[in-house]
Design a protein around this ligand. Structure first.
Ligand code: HXC
Length: 254
């Protein structure tokens, strides 16, 4: 199994499991991860995903051995790696828990998640330039939006790696943990998210993600409309009543 999925309450942990290839991302792994997540995305009790690898590698990139002999026309006809768009479109929040290498497609996979947590040994990079190519799963766009043009240009043109601390300072990573506790700490945060109302966490990530795509005025209008829509849920009533009654809310996911 190239993907191992485990449940921790409302959290589903997906572990990339091609350790001999440092979790290089091939077409099979892409189809597997997207099909597993699409199934859980619709289940009301699943409130957060954690995507992880192993201690040495989150993922060392797209599978170079799969790509090496492909022609331009094959890449075009297959629309190679377009399937990752479905990963981006998963509505349930997803956190990348990165230990070791997150390179090329691995760094891009982390950036397609809603949050990135890193172990102290994490290394991020877009080294495609060394292979005679460029990022191909959104890396040039997402990295630039996250850390700015100057730092992104440096990483993409030189292929240099940055460590967890630099990635946090740059804005690619939000939390750093020791290698041994990364997964446990990430699951704790994922559980907090999964205990909130699912329609609300979905809207929360949607409005934040939209900020990267549209202007401020339009973004504020979009947020207001999403905010209004949450008053159609029982969870909004429950959350506000629980506050007034000084008790914990019991969100039902509708
Ligand atoms: C296929 C890979 C791989 C990859 C590592 N391996 N990365 N196989 N695709 N991306 C394989 C190696 O061939 C090797 O297999 C085994 O994993 C262990 O790797 P080593 O290189 O021996 O390990 P180490 O010396 O510790 O070096 C680790 C490393 C290095 C620095 C991470 O493996 C590396 O530079 N990997 C490539 C990183 C990279 O260029 N990523 C970008 C890919 S392009 P064998 O069988 O030899 O033991 C990309 C483009 C995205 O992501 C866009 C696509 C459209």
């Amino acid at each position: 199994m190239d993907i191992i999925d485990k449940h921790y309450g409302g959290v589903v942990v997906l572990q990339l499991n091609r350790p001999k290839n440092l979790n290089a991302l091939n077409t099979n792994i892409m189809h597997d991860i997207v099909s597993i997540m699409s199934k859980y995305d619709k289940e009301p009790e699943v409130g957060c995903f954690v995507i992880t690898g192993n201690e040495k590698a989150f993922a060392a990139g797209a599978d170079i051995k799969e790509m090496v002999d492909k022609s331009y026309l094959e890449m075009l006809d297959e629309d190679f790696f377009a399937g990752w768009e479905q990963f981006v479109n998963i509505k349930t929040p997803k956190i990348a828990a990165v230990s070791g290498y997150a390179l090329g497609g691995g760094c891009e996979l982390a950036m397609m998640c809603d949050m990135v947590f890193a172990a102290e040994n994490a290394k991020f990079g877009q080294p495609e330039i060394k292979l005679g190519v460029i990022p191909g799963i959104g890396g040039s766009q997402r990295l630039t939006k996250l850390i700015g043009r100057v730092k992104a240009m440096d990483m993409i043109l030189t292929g240099k790696f940055i460590d967890a601390k630099e990635a946090k300072q740059a804005g690619l990573v939000s939390r750093i943990f020791p290698v041994e506790t990364l997964l446990e700490e990430t699951i704790k945060v994922a559980k907090i998210i999964s205990n909130y109302s699912k329609p609300t966490t979905q809207k929360a990530k949607e409005v934040v993600n939209r900020a990267e795509e549209i202007g401020l005025k339009e973004g504020v209008l979009f947020e207001r409309s999403m905010f209004h829509s949450l008053f159609a849920t029982q969870d909004q009533k429950e959350g506000m009543k629980a506050f007034i009654e000084k008790r914990d809310p019991d969100f039902k996911g509708f």
